[in-house]
Ligand binder design. Structure first.
Ligand code: AHG
Ligand code: MN
Ligand code: MN
Length: 338
């Protein structure tokens, strides 16, 4: 019987063509895939396994943790700590770097992850996801520290996300384009269903949390005002708007049919000393890598996100990403004002 390419087969074949590949990277990606399947299973069972609701604790960023935030974090660690591919991990749900326990061998990669993105959606049964970014551990490091994770997005070896939606999907880049896989629940395998995903350069759809409008900076306000003005306005076309409150779901929509996603820095954040909402190392950088590999753009407003030199593990940055021509337009609005 004809069957599709499994993600294991796809990664193995891709790596076979990479000079110097030892199979370690392929094995690491396989463990990440297993973690995503386990998280998918928990998310899917929801209230049946008592997984919904708050855990009654806060993460390092002062956000209330959901039970599934913590469970997903534990599953991701469990699947990835034992095999000897990683030197250390860092996650949204852990204050500090997670060291590989001494009983396990250490490898040459670092991973940063957001175990459950969009977790405010869990209790209302709306799409959530997992985001990950793979980096090389600098040579000669015995016990990786925060500074070893502070690498620009351009240094990423791979990035991806799993989307727990009507179907579970895994979208991956290793720097050779973007490919999407759908989980076949019957056989427990991700199958290549969306080869070479690309983002159309133009769009008539944008995503932003408009409840923050009164805090926005002038360039963002100008862009959204012009979209809202529609056919009669300067853009001379009508725009559509979406806001799912899950970056994974928003990025997936943009990869599928184009669009712009914005979580800009605003005056309310600045008053609190924050540089944005989304976190650079495990949200903005991996998503920027995927979006750029699919032909889109990803900026802070003024600068390319992947060129930023990270300063701390949980650093927040403004994010504007998606269809290239719109992102360039928004960048223009920001730089004109400088
Ligand atoms: P997380 O659940 O990992 O903390 O991330 C949520 C993020 C992101 O996915 C989403 O785009 C945004 O926060 C939603 O923020 P608002 O609730 O402010 O709309
Ligand atoms: Mn998130
Ligand atoms: Mn999260």
């Amino acid at each position: 019987m004809e069957h599709g390419t499994t993600i294991t087969q796809f990664i193995s074949e891709e790596q076979r063509h990479a000079s110097g590949a030892t199979g370690e990277f392929t094995a690491l990606l396989n463990d990440i895939v297993t973690a995503c399947k386990m998280i998918s299973n928990q998310v899917n069972h929801g209230a049946l396994v008592g997984a919904l609701g708050s855990a009654g604790s806060e993460n390092v960023q002062g956000e209330t943790q959901k039970k599934l935030d913590i469970l997903s974090n534990e599953m991701f660690i469990q699947c990835n700590e034992w095999a000897g591919h990683l030197a250390a991990m860092a996650s949204e749900e852990m204050d500090d770097v997670y060291q590989i326990p001494s009983e396990y061998p250490r490898g040459k990669y670092l991973i940063t992850f957001d175990p459950l993105d969009g977790s405010s959606n869990i209790d209302v049964n709306v799409s959530v996801g997992t985001i990950f970014s793979v980096l090389r551990c600098p040579g000669g490091i015995e016990r990786p520290a925060v500074r070893d994770f502070l690498q620009a997005g351009t240094q990423q070896v791979a990035a991806g996300y799993a989307l727990y939606g009507p179907s579970t999907m895994l979208v991956l880049t290793t720097g050779k384009g973007v490919n999407g896989f759908t989980l076949d629940q019957n056989i427990g395998e991700f199958i290549l269903t969306h080869p070479n995903m690309t983002i159309p350069a133009d769009t008539q759809e944008f995503a932003i949390n408009a409840s923050n409008m009164r805090f926005w900076e002038a360039p963002v306000k100008r862009y959204v005002d012009e979209c809202l003005a529609g056919k009669e306005g300067p853009r001379e076309k009508d725009f559509n708007m979406r806001w799912i409150a899950s970056m994974v779901a928003e990025v997936h929509r943009i990869l599928t049919r184009g669009g712009v996603f914005m979580y800009p820095v605003d005056s309310k954040m600045k008053d609190k000393g924050l540089g944005g909402k989304l976190r650079l190392l495990y949200e903005a950088n991996p998503m920027s890598y995927i979006v750029e590999q699919a032909g889109g753009g990803s900026i802070t407003g003024t600068h390319r996100i992947m060129d930023l030199q990270p300063e701390s593990l949980h650093q927040r940055v403004p994010v504007i990403l998606g269809s290239r021509n719109e992102v360039e337009r928004i960048q223009g609005y920001h730089t004109e004002d400088v």
